[in-house]
Design a binder for this molecule. Structure first.
Ligand SMILES: Nc1ncnc2c1ncn2[C@@H]1O[C@H](COP(=O)(O)OP(=O)(O)OP(=O)(O)O)[C@@H](O)[C@H]1O
Length: 284
């Protein structure tokens, strides 16, 4: 057993595997002292070293950036908190909030289009998570439904800081990271970019919640990138006839090619459609 796994097992009892990602596995675990449940994400470094030096650099950077946003007091209650990290030459083990309520990908796959009050409530929680990250100088860079989780009480938690980057010293970011349907055009274009790439991706998530479709698509990653670069945002009546003008207004301000005009996460939180939670009577 490696030193990291041994240190992990000295404080946590390891349970069943919950899931598997491209490089790592996620297992249930329990704090030995209290029995409190967590999730532990373990990423072995050997396959990463063989795959791509950028992937290895990101995996090694993940705990630092994740800690920066979730250390007490957390930047937002809507971030998956990192409780402990164990690292050695072989692997990185991250002990995380257990998200027992599934993820947004499963929710939209089963139920989209969502009613506007529900979509607005989810986007408000996501924007709060992003505003918190951005205040601490961290861009997530892979906002998509698969990385948006729910805890056992249904509270939204943004997770997976495996693509995150620090921009806190005002430096511009570069590098093609993210996921084709959700990635911002300035990332695809290979230009320098800012934390507003996360707002574009969150806008695509909103479009997905309200219609069950994505705004930019293609048969291959290359075709999707071309569509993203054109950035021609449309609301086909078949999917959007029942969607309010206020929701469309917010999507236009998030999925906006001109970065200087694109909303920040804080501006999203102040938009009338978010403030009134999609016009729901419960808003206050
Ligand atoms: N904190 C968590 N609590 C509960 N389940 C989780 C948690 N984090 C991840 N999972 C689940 O574990 C699985 C693997 O997650 P992981 O983040 O390692 O990979 P991925 O995002 O699916 O893939 P990749 O990171 O390679 O793009 C997913 O099915 C995810 O739903």
């Amino acid at each position: 057993m490696s030193a990291g796994e041994e240190a992990l097992r000295s404080q946590y009892v390891i349970g069943d595997e919950i899931g598997r990602g491209r490089f790592g596995t996620v297992r249930r675990c329990f704090a030995s002292a209290t029995g409190e449940p967590f999730a532990v994400k373990s990423t072995p470094k050997a396959p990463l070293r063989e795959a791509d030096p950028l992937d290895l650099a990101l995996a090694e950077q993940e705990p630092k950036l994740h800690l920066l946003v979730s250390a007490s007091p957390p930047a937002s209650r809507h971030l998956v908190a990192l409780h402990a990290a164990f690292e050695d030459a072989d692997a990185v083990h991250l002990v995380l909030d257990l998200c027992a309520g599934g993820d947004l990908f499963s929710l939209v796959s089963a139920r989209a289009p969502l009613p506007e009050p529900e979509a607005a409530d989810l986007l408000a929680q996501l924007a709060d998570a992003l505003a918190g990250c951005h205040r601490r100088g961290v861009a997530h860079r892979d906002v998509k439904p698969d990385n948006v989780f729910f805890d056992a009480n249904g509270v939204l938690k943004l997770g997976d800081f495996g693509s995150a980057e620090w921009f806190g010293d005002g430096r511009a970011m570069t590098g093609l990271v993210g996921t084709p349907y959700y990635v911002a055009p300035e990332v695809v274009a290979g230009r320098e970019y800012t934390e507003k790439v996360d707002v574009w991706s969150a806008g695509v998530v909103l479009y997905m919640m309200l219609s069950g479709t994505v705004p930019f698509y293609g048969a291959t990653a290359g075709e999707i990138f071309e569509s993203v670069l054109r950035g021609n945002l449309r609301f086909p009546p078949r999917a959007f006839a029942a969607v309010s003008p206020e929701a469309k207004d917010l999507m236009r301000r998030m999925i906006c090619k001109d970065v200087s005009r694109r909303f920040s996460a804080e501006q999203v939180l102040r938009h009338p459609w978010i403030v009134t939670r999609g016009g729901s009577a419960a808003a206050g």
